[in-house]
Design a protein around this ligand. Structure first.
Ligand SMILES: Nc1ncnc2c1ncn2[C@@H]1O[C@H](COP(=O)(O)OP(=O)(O)O)[C@@H](O)[C@H]1O
Ligand SMILES: [Mg+2]
Length: 249
């Protein structure tokens, strides 16, 4: 089993859109996949039309694998299950603060999923704290969407510095450009500087696209309603590029 995450401390960069479409493509390729929505806003659960349980169970999340299993829901797609977010997930950082070995807990708990799943995809909230550190520890690879603007460049730099400072493995960070508008000089220029600065950017670029924005209306992965559109091809290409990286991680 491999664990991958879609992470950035910036909001609105395409983490959820990526988590949803990648989990979909993984499942469609026959890989038994579990998507865990760690963001209390519950956007990826919403896109997959999966309702959270009414139970206020966030406080049990890091206790044991058995707790997690009870909240696994089937999706409309073969090979894809989901643990939807609950509003109580907003307390994860504070909760983890009370545990010892706090950042290793998530990894340990997810190990229990390896009987059932080949891939776990974590959709993360835009924060940097104990939960994100748990995600860094638990993930074999951390996919980071970067909008090619000055501020996003700075955020990505800060993330790298954080990894360096706290001894997380920087080779687990895999950035890719998201919401790209090629007609913008700033986007083109930032992509060039960032590619020369960091040699591990993925080749695939996710364009800014109305078809991706429309996921909210369709509440489904892009492939189900815009099959032949460039945005869908971009996610499929991103997934294909991820496969060898995940295999060797
Ligand atoms: N490539 C894209 N092109 C256009 N809109 C996008 C794209 N990716 C995401 N969006 C839209 O931007 C908003 C934020 O995206 P989302 O994936 O939820 O970001 P995050 O999870 O990083 O906060 C959503 O309304 C989404 O539909
Ligand atoms: Mg999100």
């Amino acid at each position: 089993m491999r664990v991958i995450s879609c992470y950035s401390m910036k909001g609105g960069v395409g983490k959820t859109a990526t988590a949803v479409n990648i989990a979909y493509w993984a499942a469609k390729s026959g890989i038994k996949t579990l998507l865990i929505d760690l963001d209390p806003q519950g956007a990826s659960s919403f896109y997959f039309r999966v309702k959270p349980t009414k139970k206020n169970w966030g406080s049990k999340f890091f206790k044991a694998y058995k707790e997690l299993v009870q909240h696994v829901k089937a999706s409309d797609y073969e090979n894809l299950d989901i643990i939807p977010a609950h509003l109580s997930f907003r307390n994860f950082d504070t909760m983890l603060g009370d545990y010892n070995k706090r950042t290793a807990r998530l990894r340990k708990i997810l190990k229990g999923m390896s009987k059932e799943y080949k891939l776990v995809v974590l959709d993360c909230p835009p924060t940097i704290g104990y939960l994100s550190e748990s995600v860094f520890t638990a993930s074999d690879l951390i996919f980071v969407p970067v909008i090619p603007t000055t501020l996003s460049e700075r955020t990505y730099e800060q993330l790298n510095q954080f990894f360096k400072k706290f001894n997380y493995k920087r080779n687990r960070l895999v950035p890719f450009f998201s919401m790209v508008q090629m007609q913008k000089v700033l986007h083109k220029r930032t992509m060039e500087t960032m590619r020369s600065r960091y040699n591990n950017f993925m080749d695939t670029i996710i364009p800014f696209s109305i078809d991706i924005e429309n996921m909210g209306e369709h509440r489904a992965p892009v492939d189900t309603y815009a099959r032949s559109r460039p945005a869908n091809k971009a996610y499929f290409s991103l997934w294909k590029e991820m496969i060898p990286l995940i295999k060797k991680s």
